[in-house]
Design a binder for this molecule. Sequence first.
Ligand code: SF4
Length: 209
Amino acid sequence: MADPLAELREEAASCTRLAELREEAASCTRCSLFEGRTQVVFGVGDPGAALMFVGEAPGRDEDLAGEPFVGRSGKLLDRLMREEIGVTRDQVYIANVVKCRPPSNRDPKPEEVASCGGYLMRQIDLVSPAVVVTLGNFATRALLSTTDGIGKLRGRSYPYRASWLVPTYHPAAALRGGGDVMAQMRADFVRAKRSLHETAPSTTDPGLS
Ligand code: SF4
């Protein structure tokens, strides 16, 4: 039988390591994106969450607030997680592949992902979620190490590290694309909720490591 005290100690240690990692990232100059940032947008939420969302990179609102997904996309994300999974933002963990805002909201470059990806990998290992939901093409391709598009990749769960990875659209795509994209996102969120109760996969992933 699991020792509840040992579990609590492990959770506290992981919390401390996450706080140390946040501190390390706060002064990071590993890639040129540090030059244009207001602040590093490390991540937010419950350090012991079973569910983690991963987006691409901070936009203008996130760069100013220091928190991922705070604009219109963030409000939609909050609504979908509440309506389809029954959780609020403080019950999950949210982070991006890249922690500093790219200029003019361009896609992060491969060398920026290579410089920054280690932070995300350590976040995933420390939070140790049962399910990782990737939001949009960029995050999904980076974590699954593929060039396939989100339209092809969504609709199933993938083994990823010790978790399930469930790809879905970026909320901005649902805001632009309307009913069809929104319906598919809702279905993906339901899939993520179901995956929370499935046995963790034992295979390792081929993606960002
Ligand atoms: S994007 Fe990542 S690697 Fe680049 S400076 Fe920011 S925290 Fe460091």
